[in-house]
Design a protein around this ligand. Sequence first.
Ligand SMILES: [Zn+2]
Length: 259
Amino acid sequence: MPDKLTDLIAELALANRILAHEGVLDAFGHVSVRHPTDPGRYLLSRARSPLLIEPDDILEYTLDSAPVKPPKVHLYAERVIHGCIYQARDDVMAICHHHAPAVMPFCIAGKPIDPVFHLGATMGEHVPFWDQYDEFGDTNLLVVKPEEGQSLARALGNHSVVLMNRHGATVVGSGLKELVSRSIFICQNAEYQLRALALGSATPLHRGEIKLAGTISLMPNVVTRTWEYWSMRLQASGAMPPRRPAKSHRKSRKTRRGR
Ligand SMILES: [Zn+2]
């Protein structure tokens, strides 16, 4: 019988590596997914660069962002982003926080990212901004306090992505495959928008186009196709995560060594 949790943990490790390989995440940034059977918990790696994450790094957290089993490893300082959004949005099943070079000019200039091509429609009609300084004054710009995470979740509202001034972006999805597609398409859109502006103008999609193109671009068959494509690119680079050995397998190896 397939183990839902084990499969999702493997998928989360893969999502981290795909997003790192495609330039959304670098040494920083993180991806989480809501627990498959307990909506009051979520899964997130220990503090580690996303390209290196393995299934064994994945930990379980309550929505207050406390680890269920306190580990002896470092945790992401910004994990409240995940817990606070899961608390605020029942429909959100996966979250990515990143500082991708593609979106940073918009976060710094305070200029909106608009959907300018069909796949960019996956961001939705409007992308709100959140400026940590407005509510919290001088900080190190990391979102570490529950009240900061709650403020960010309020700014996100019912949207799919929120841009964080002078910091990065936080993207949400109804599952890991949708999240990965949306995160990558928003970065592509930001790059295209900037290049088009250099040519003179970047005309956004019309409201009806955003709805139609956004819906079709996130259909299960589409996000499965893109997931396979990005997985194959990751595999070709030799950076696929190891599959976590089954517990029974580990035990038998230990026993063998003991003999
Ligand atoms: Zn950050």
